[in-house]
Design a protein around this ligand. Structure first.
Ligand SMILES: [Zn+2]
Length: 691
């Protein structure tokens, strides 16, 4: 759907990004806007006291959640973090409605976010315009006379986020993190991932048929006669399948070495001579590129063969589809918007209803002008005292990791020194950036939804590409302030917690320490541990891909990690689909290491404050039990089976249930706190531990 920007970022939560698509109700005004609730740090109502915490802790901590909070029809899953997401979306909505009113008192950024949002909400104009706003782009494709003209068109499409054949962007050089370099990578698929084109079995066959039908429907809505639309769709599927065959699977892509192949533009031209690369870089505004990372050279070889063997008309058909599919759903005519949702929302994610227009427009504004929206948002929604408290907790957890490294019996003193060097160089980013992004050159026009989206895409792509050859801005953020998520970036060696995730129940200044350490403490520890998971451990403290491990320690790390690969690989996610232990290894390592660090900090904190952590209080639980319950309740919720299937096949995070049980069964401290016996499911004899 939208272009994947190439970033070495590992996210912790189920991505907050939503499938672009259609609305099922015709008028935004019909969608009710009610204030969502936030859960407390420990919610006893969610606990299923009929369940045995030693048999299935997730069921115990969260068993009543789905009865109390069933999945809303416009979502593919619902849980603790979705509730924070909805609450934040509501807050942003109030803010945007206010600045969308055209008044002379608006500041420059309020005008931009307000008019962007207003244009998105103007369904009357959008639906009346039909495909007219897209016509100039369709004309460009129609005007192609020769394959030689492709280069210019592909360059233009990259700038407006149309993911045709490949993707292009910039990244920090993984072997010299001070440098920003250009990167070209595989791309051009309409299904979520290459294996969707390859896997055998009835479920996957069916999705492929439905995808071809979806393309047919969209082309018909774009004005093609039925028979032509159907034969075009088949041709598009053939072409995408050929691209998929040349692509790398998601698990292999997780190893940074697999996606790092620095070469000269001349060498790239040797792989794909059908594209005039010098002209491509000139057209995208970066003529100085002479060397770059070709993430997957085999893909570019395959792409060349495909460009030669496919005739120009078939290439044009594919480009038309990629253009339509890359156009944001909210800017499309209603019937196309609904058809888009029917496939990507209903079929792929199992979501019965499209999200309300205002929700989609809040997300679109965040996507296009996130730091402008964030600048206005944090003024009233993130207090300086929350920042101080979070900074303190992050420091405590970093101290816990320092001590934790000393206790590792499997690591040599040499590697321990290096690990600590890296740890001490981790940069903490909390709440929002120190310097706000300048959007003054981005023109936002009230009443021009597609134009705004296109200009915002070009603005962002030029901003990113302008970094090539320049020093790295260490202060930059990869998430917007209202985002309910967090990340670790190995090239920056920084951990990032936007204001959006620092809300109840994850972080609440009025909650108990046990609750805050169990919730946000575990997440802080999770991000920190990413610096030392199977991916992160390959980078040093300056962000360079460099092996700082002794060979012996590296081998031991792999053995320890392999225990988790097996543990998670044995969990059944849905029907016959198991969790992919290799794909989720980094996230599982971070979950396990993260909660252990949070636990150690929690103990230190209680000692400092003289709290008896083994004594029951008015909640009926000891502070240690509260800590684990808070961790469990981080992940309360349920996901529709279609979404579980999608997640297990594409997402490096394990489903929620296993983010809880997979971790506690590796911590003896949990079993002891709940009186479990060795050998029970949550207290197995052979527990795994990496960090
Ligand atoms: Zn993570």
């Amino acid at each position: 759907m939208t272009k994947q920007r190439w970033m070495g970022v590992a996210l912790i939560l189920i991505a907050a990004c939503l499938t672009a698509g259609a609305q099922t109700k015709s008028l935004a005004a019909a969608d009710s806007v009610t204030k969502p609730v936030l859960l407390p740090g420990l919610d006893k109502q969610l606990i299923d006291s009929s369940a045995d915490p030693c048999m299935n802790f997730f069921q115990y901590a969260c068993g009543n959640f789905t009865k109390l909070y069933p999945i809303p029809a416009d979502q593919s899953g619902y849980g603790t973090t979705t509730m924070i997401f909805n609450y934040t979306e509501y807050t942003l909505h109030q803010l945007l409605e206010k600045v969308a009113a055209d008044s002379a008192t608006r500041s420059a950024i309020e005008q931009k976010i307000g008019d962007f949002y207003a244009a998105c909400m103007n369904t009357e104009a959008i639906h009346a315009d039909g495909l007219k706003p897209l016509q100039p782009e369709l004309d460009r494709i129609a005007a192609l006379k020769d394959k030689k003209d492709l280069t210019d068109l592909l360059a233009h499409f990259e700038l407006i986020n149309v993911n045709a054949f490949m993707s292009f962007g910039e990244q920090q050089d993984i072997k010299d993190a001070r440098q920003q370099i250009a990167v070209v990578d595989q791309g051009g698929l309409g299904l979520p991932e290459r294996d969707y084109y390859m896997r055998t079995g009835a479920a996957d066959e069916k999705i492929r048929q439905q995808y071809v039908q979806h393309i047919t429907n969209m082309l018909k809505l774009a004005g093609e006669p039925e028979a032509k639309a159907a034969s075009d769709a088949k041709q598009i599927m053939q072409l995408e399948t050929a691209l998929a065959k040349a692509s790398m699977d998601v698990t292999s892509q997780r190893d940074p070495k697999n996606v790092y192949h620095p070469m000269s533009v001349t060498q790239l031209a040797g792989l794909t001579p059908e594209i005039d690369w010098t002209a491509f870089f000139e057209r995208t505004g970066v003529p100085s590129v002479t060397n770059l990372n070709v993430a997957n050279p085999d893909f570019f070889k395959g792409l060349n063969a495909l460009l030669i063997s496919t005739d120009l008309d078939a290439l044009k058909t594919y480009l038309r589809w990629q253009l339509i599919n890359g156009t944001p759903g909210y800017t499309l005519p209603q019937a196309m918007d609904e058809e888009r949702f029917a496939f990507y929302g209903r079929i792929l994610s199992g979501q019965p209803e499209q999200r309300a227009r205002w929700k989609r427009c809040v997300q679109a504004t965040d996507g296009a002008l996130g730091e402008a929206l964030g600048e206005v948002y944090v003024k009233d929604n993130f207090s300086p005292s929350s920042k101080v408290a979070t900074v303190q907790m992050v420091h405590d957890i970093e101290d816990a990791m320092d001590k934790n490294i000393d206790t590792l019996t499997w690591m040599s003193p040499e590697t321990k020194i290096k690990a600590k060097e890296k740890l001490h160089l981790v940069a903490d980013k909390i709440g929002y950036p120190d310097h706000w992004r300048d959007y003054s050159k981005l023109i936002v026009v009230r009443g021009d939804a597609l134009g705004n989206a296109t200009r915002a895409a070009e603005f962002e792509n030029h901003r990113q590409l302008a970094k090539i050859g320049k020093p790295v801005d260490r202060g930059e953020w990869g998430m917007t302030p209202p985002t309910v998520d967090a990340y670790y970036n190995p090239s920056m060696n920084d951990i990032n917690f936007p204001a959006g995730i620092l809300q109840s129940p994850l972080f609440d200044p009025n909650a108990t320490d046990a609750e805050n350490y169990g919730h946000i403490g575990g997440i802080v520890g999770h991000e920190l541990t990413h610096g030392f998971d199977d991916q992160g451990r390959q980078f040093d403290g300056s962000g360079n891909l460099a092996d700082w491990w002794t060979p012996e320690d590296g081998k031991k790390f792999d053995e320890k990690a392999n225990c988790e690969v097996k543990e998670y690989g044995s969990f059944t996610a849905v029907d016959d689909v198991k969790v992919n232990g290799k794909l989720t290894l980094g996230e599982n390592t971070a979950d396990n290491g993260g909660l252990r660090l949070a636990y150690q900090s929690f103990l230190e904190d209680a000692k400092r404050k003289g709290i008896d952590i083994a004594a029951k209080d008015s909640t009926g639980y000891t502070p240690i039990q509260q800590f684990f319950l808070a961790h469990g309740q981080n992940w309360c919720g349920s996901i529709r089976p279609e979404q579980v299937r999608l997640q297990v096949q594409t997402d490096p995070h394990s489903p929620q249930e296993f983010r809880v049980n997979g971790v506690v069964q590796n911590m003896q401290e949990f079993g002891q706190a709940f009186g479990c016996k060795a050998g029970q499911p949550m207290m197995p004899v052979n527990a795994c531990r990496v960090w």
